[in-house]
Design a protein around this ligand. Structure first.
Ligand code: PEP
Ligand code: MG
Length: 757
């Protein structure tokens, strides 16, 4: 059964649209379960989901498909929908809910089994099996259909979103299509879709029209020829290594490349107007599906050979990389899993917004987008990436929505919102230059988070009191190898000099988790619980020492260097890091450099560090709380997983207790504590952080002015009082409501919306 199930899911996955997918399902299920009828009913989005439409059937009258509609309260299919559980009947017509639809011709069938299709707690439709004879379907049949329905639910939900449900066989060219995701970075943008896709990944190739059919065909034929030559060369090279029999595989590859189906199939598609990569993608899909359908296991395996060849040709086709001027003026960068590197490839003055299928507002791409002041929508699980290239798109980073091909009215509405935003930003600009002092006279410096040299000028202009978090991994990520000591020294010196005497906190390399270096891949099952941050640098003292030496050298003649260690979870790790820092300094002193003693800090972003806060603080100069990670580890919610993004909440009472306890630990040790995670940029959270007597905040440049505004609008005493009330509450939503209300009362209602993003 498992084998059959896997095959069906694979075939459905290769279907090019919903109608085709549903036809495969009903045909294959009918065949495998040897039943008389298999049908799929889906909820119609137009009718508020109250109606079910027969979308595909093998066995019922074909004319009834696309026409039979029932209310969810009607008939046996409606009963399955209502109960959201399987209904298994020996003789359906005996059941009081049986309703006869003459168009279907179903009076002949007695046995009935219906299972619900559910995605994210929402009923999408019903999968039905029917048989002439009277019988109860056995457990195996029920289990099979439930498993299949659960596996197909995601694909159906996706099709529903892109408007395929209820529009059988129609081309999807819907205007003003709205798709929901998760807010990633506040703001709105209007622009043109550009798909960022992983190189050599056929499945992520977007649809695109051929600009010149002739050029596409030539490029494709050249790529095929190059791969053929490459394979012949590999075969020759392997002569002494592999026996003849094994080497024949390469001949088979070369033959496949010359085959009609792969080459002509692709060329036909190119001549039909597609660009070469998408034509190749579809031809490979078709060909692999044919192989996968075969019963002979040897031939089934050939599917992976076709895919391999497809990837090789694609790689050749992709040797042409997009030039900066090929990005439209207002680029909306879209992708399955947009990476920081892809973001950095777009010239900043052309990047209008980012949209990613994976990730959440706490992912690093979203953080980077906030730092660049552009909106981002994350976790759009059903993003039809392949169809968005070149389309006009509105990105609403406040609510986490996208609008594809918006209507003129909607465009007008968003333009208006953009103007309002600009006004608010301008209103705050002057305020940003004022010191951040509470109404009862406590100064709470607001620093900027940064990671790019390009951020420095905006950070200075924005009125930042210094840099509270410089993510050194960013310059590492946009290079093709580890930067050397001199190269790093230069980068760090430029930042230190620009801000001197204001403090600059350079965090040591924090890769792993969702931050990969293209030239240092780390593949793990649970990367956030794995080899990350300080764990990597302690295991690679050569990399760590190079970086520490560069930081220290950069600080010659300056007095503002602060060094921060990420992901510390034990005193032992801190000791190891301090020893290496000492060693780097000793080496430099031996080399006759004059190096001031830097201030050293520890990031509190792992729960164990909360409990060790006093002990850690005693050994360093300051603590800095990384709430982005701390929240994910405290609540066991992956910061990148859109499925659980609703559970990720900095105002969770457990988080508030942990922060309060950390602040007390630092102060007992007589040291300062700052917060550099995204919570520090959320106006409601800022009130509580002030109440906890956090000494400084570090935020993305775009949020700097509003955070200062909050600080200047409250007294510390009032914040303490609000904190006292909040820690007695149990629900994050109630805490948020109380704080939003406090913001409104203080005249900061305009920030309430911004805080949610
Ligand atoms: C954090 O975890 O809060 C933090 C500031 O670090 P990063 O977001 O880079 O992991
Ligand atoms: Mg972190």
């Amino acid at each position: 059964m498992l084998h059959v199930l896997r095959r069906i899911v694979l075939e459905v996955g290769a279907a090019s649209n919903l109608a085709e997918a549903l036809e495969i399902i009903v045909r294959r299920v009918k065949q495998e379960l040897t039943i008389d009828v298999c049908s799929v009913y889906l909820r119609e989005p137009e009718a508020n989901g109250q109606r079910l439409l027969l979308m595909a059937s093998e066995g019922l009258n074909p004319d009834s498909v696309g026409t039979v509609v029932m209310n969810t309260g009607e008939g046996l299919v409606g009963l399955v929908a209502e109960r959201a559980e399987p209904v298994n009947l020996e003789n359906a017509p005996d059941h009081p809910r049986f309703k006869y639809f003459p168009e279907t011709g179903e009076e002949r069938y007695h046995a009935f089994l219906g299972v619900p299709i559910i995605h994210n707690r929402r009923l999408l439709g019903v999968l039905v099996a029917q048989q002439r004879e009277r019988r109860r379907f056995d457990d195996e049949h029920v289990a099979f259909l439930i498993t299949l329905a659960a596996q197909l639910a995601g694909a159906i939900s996706h099709a529903e979103l892109i408007g395929e449900v209820g529009k059988r066989r129609e081309e999807i060219q819907q205007d003003n299509l709205q798709i929901a995701g998760i807010p990633g970075a506040a703001g709105v943008a209007v622009g043109q879709g550009v798909v960022a896709y992983a190189l050599a990944d056929l499945e992520s190739v977007p649809d695109r029209d051929a600009e010149s059919v002739e050029n596409e065909e030539t490029a494709f034929r050249e790529a095929v020829k190059e791969v053929q030559d490459e394979l012949i060369e590999i075969k020759d090279r392997m002569e002494d290594v592999l026996p003849m029999e094994e080497r024949l595989l390469f001949d088979a590859y070369v033959m496949m490349l010359g085959s009609d189906s792969l080459v002509n199939g692709t060329v036909d598609r190119i001549r039909g107007g597609s660009w070469a990569p998408a034509a190749l993608r579809d031809t490979v899909r078709e060909s692999t599906r044919n192989f996968e359908d075969m019963d002979d296991p040897y031939l089934r395996e050939r599917a992976s050979d076709v895919r391999d060849i497809g990837r090789r040709i694609l790689m050749r086709l992709q040797s042409h990389v997009r030039e900066p001027e090929e990005f439209p003026e207002h680029t909306i960068l879209l992708g399955e899993d947009v990476t920081a590197t892809q973001l950095a490839e777009v010239p900043p003055d052309r990047l209008a917004a980012v949209v990613s299928s994976r990730g959440t507002g706490s992912s690093h791409v979203a953080i980077l987008a906030r730092a660049m002041g552009i909106p981002a929508v994350m976790g759009v699980a059903d993003l039809p990436v392949g169809r968005l290239e070149g389309r006009q798109i509105v990105v609403d980073g406040y609510r986490g929505n996208l609008y594809i091909q918006p209507t003129a009215e909607l465009l007008e509405e968003f333009k208006h919102l953009q103007d309002e935003e600009k006004e608010l930003a301008e209103g705050l600009r002057d305020l940003a230059q004022e010191p951040a002092i509470t109404q009862d006279g406590v100064e709470v410096p607001v620093y900027a988070n940064s990671g790019l040299l390009a951020d420095i000028a905006p950070s200075i202009q924005s009125g930042a009191d210094g840099i509270g978090l410089y993510r050194t991994e960013v310059p590492f990520m946009i290079r093709e190898r580890f930067p050397g000591e001199d190269e790093q020294t230069q980068i760090y010196r430029e930042i230190l000099k620009s801000f001197n005497p204001r403090p600059v906190t350079l965090r040591t390399l924090d890769v792993g988790g969702d931050k990969a270096l293209p030239y240092f891949p780390v593949t793990e099952d649970n990367p956030f619980l794995g080899w990350r941050g300080i764990r990597i640098t302690l295991d690679h003292p050569e990399i760590f020492l190079t970086q520490l030496r560069a930081m220290l050298r950069a600080s010659q003649g300056l007095s503002n260097l602060h060094i921060l260690f990420p992901m510390i979870s034990s005193l032992g790790e801190l000791k190891g890091a301090m020893q290496l820092l000492q060693r780097a300094r000793d080496e430099l002193l031996d080399e006759h450099y004059v190096i001031p003693v830097p201030k050293v800090g520890v990031m509190v972003e792992v729960p164990s560090a909360v409990y060790l806060s006093e002990a850690l603080a005693r050994r360093v100069d300051f603590l800095s709380v990384g709430t982005n990670d701390l929240v994910q580890y405290l609540l066991a919610v992956d910061r990148n997983n859109p499925r659980v993004a609703d559970l990720y909440n900095g105002l969770h009472p457990a988080v508030l207790h942990a922060l309060d306890q950390t602040a007390q630990g630092a102060h007992r040790a007589g040291k300062t504590i700052s917060v550099c995670g995204e919570m520090a940029a959320d106006p409601a959270s800022v009130i509580l952080l002030l109440g906890m007597e956090i000494d400084a905040l570090s935020v993305n440049v775009a949020a700097l002015a509003r955070v200062k505004w909050v600080i200047r609008s409250f007294s510390r005493e009032r914040c303490r009082e609000l904190l006292r009330q909040c820690v007695r509450m149990e629900e994050p939503a109630a805490i948020r409501a109380l704080l939003d209300n406090a913001l409104v009362q203080a005249g900061l209602g305009g920030l309430v919306r911004a805080g949610k993003a």
